[in-house]
Design a protein around this ligand. Structure first.
Ligand SMILES: [Cu+2]
Length: 220
C-alpha cells in the first residue's frame, strides 16, 4: 500500500468496508483568514479547546477530536512512514451516511464557542506552500460515515511531516458537508468570480461547510 512519495501521493486507502468511510470536506470558514490570527481561546469549554493530543503510538501521535458539544467523536493517529505520514482515523457519533470534508487547519486552537463559528479559531487550511485548495498540504481524503455514525480512514501523504505539523501545532477538522476539492470545471462560473472555474471561497474551503469536530495537535 505504500507509494513512492510524490506530489500526488495523497493516497487514501479507505480501511474496512466501503460503507464505513466518512467524508468530511467542507471548510465553511476556512477562508476566514482573520480567524487564523486569533489568540488562544478564552472562556471556552475545556473539552474541545484544550490541546487534545493524548499520546503517541509507534513513533506517531494521537489527536482526539471533539464535537462542538464537547463529546469525543474520534481519534486520528499520525505516524511518520518512509518520508510520508500515515493518517489513521477512527470516528463515531458523526452524521450518518454521508461524506464530510476532513482537513488539517493552521492553528492548534479548537474553540466550540468561537464568535465566528465553532472551531473557527483553527484558522484556514494548513497550507504553507500557498497553493489552491485540493493541493493544500492539509487537504486530507474525506470521511465517509457509515449509517451508524462511525467512520474509518487510512491515508498516507508526503505533503507534510509530523515535525512540520508540530513545529507550530495544527488542528484536525471534520466538516458538515462534502469537500469539492475545488474540482470545478471551467464551464462553471460563480456569480462573483472573475473567471470561469472555482471562486475564491471554493479555492479556500471546498465548500465543506461548518466545522463539526476539532482536535488539537499541540506545538512541540
Ligand atoms: Cu477544513
Amino acid at each position: 500500500m505504500r507509494r513512492t512519495p510524490s506530489r500526488t501521493a495523497l493516497a487514501a486507502a479507505v480501511a474496512a468496508t466501503a460503507a464505513s468511510l466518512v467524508l468530511v470536506s467542507g471548510c465553511g470558514s476556512d477562508d476566514d483568514e482573520a480567524s487564523a490570527a486569533a489568540p488562544a481561546p478564552t472562556g471556552t469549554p475545556a473539552a474541545s479547546s484544550a490541546p487534545t493530543t493524548t499520546g503517541s503510538t509507534g513513533g506517531g501521535v494521537d489527536v482526539v477530536l471533539h464535537d462542538a458539544g464537547g463529546a469525543e467523536v474520534g481519534t486520528v493517529t499520525l505516524t511518520p512512514v518512509d518520508g510520508a505520514v500515515r493518517v489513521e482515523g477512527h470516528f463515531h457519533g458523526l452524521p450518518s451516511g454521508s461524506y464530510h470534508g476532513f482537513h488539517i487547519h493552521q492553528k492548534p486552537v479548537c474553540d466550540p464557542k468561537a464568535a465566528d463559528g465553532a472551531f473557527s479559531t483553527a484558522g484556514p487550511h494548513f497550507n504553507p506552500a500557498g497553493t489552491p485548495h485540493g493541493e493544500h498540504a492539509g487537504d486530507l481524503p474525506p470521511l465517509l460515515v457509515d449509517r451508524d455514525g462511525t467512520a474509518q480512514l487510512t491515508a498516507e501523504t508526503d505533503r507534510f511531516t509530523l515535525d512540520g505539523l508540530r513545529s507550530g501545532g495544527v488542528a484536525l477538522i471534520v466538516h458538515a458537508q462534502p469537500d469539492n476539492l475545488a474540482h470545478i470545471p471551467d464551464r462553471y462560473r460563480a456569480s462573483d468570480a472573475p473567471s470561469p472555474g472555482p471562486d475564491e471561497k471554493t479555492d479556500a474551503t471546498g465548500d465543506a461547510g461548518d466545522r463539526i469536530a476539532c482536535g488539537v495537535l499541540a506545538k512541540a
